[in-house]
Write a protein that binds this ligand. Sequence first.
Ligand code: AMP
Length: 213
Amino acid sequence: MMRDVKLILLGAPGAGKGTQAEIISKNYAIPAISTGAIIRAAIKNGTEMGKAAREYTDRGALVPDSVVIGIIKERLAEPDCAGGFILDGFPRTVPQAQALDEMGVEITDVISIEVPDESILERMGGRRVCKACGATYHVKYNPSPLGDRCACGEALTIRADDDPEVVKSRLVTYHEQTEPLKEYYSAKGKLKIVIGQEKLEDTTALVSAALDA
Ligand code: AMP
């Protein structure tokens, strides 16, 4: 019987959180929850929340805490989260982490995937996403079996906020607002550091080892 995993993945944009989240999600049969993906879906569907969020995402800034906390509260209340989940991209600020604590959510593991900024900039340039199913690829590190099409058949696209200038702002935002969470969870004895590897399966092995430790 596998233990319950209620995992937070920390790391800069492009560090590989989303890819690792998908893999752990399959291995543990628990949902991977990406606030970024939920926000992108809202933008695509033209909802009020999406319209308001776009102002922030387009320039690499964070969407206000109250909005993302609301998204997470609703999502974690769904029955598929009862046996565990992976949070990819939430929390991103100390107030978001405090809100999670106040909701009574007992996080079991926090893993920070660490990749230097220079590598992030290189990686983001090669990132491709599927607008239909949400899968992410990298032209060099994690290519789709179908080349410029997703495994689901849809044509792959480049995310608007993967533009190099926007990536630079996202990195500044990460260092200023999200990195302090390492201290927050380290003080609770929950933080594990994984050094992101060039090959995604090498990172996966380190993440699995961190979860088993
Ligand atoms: P991601 O796909 O996780 O890189 O998220 C894409 C964008 O959505 C971010 O650059 C933010 O603008 C917004 N976003 C996602 N998650 C959060 C969060 N927890 N707090 C604030 N903004 C977020």
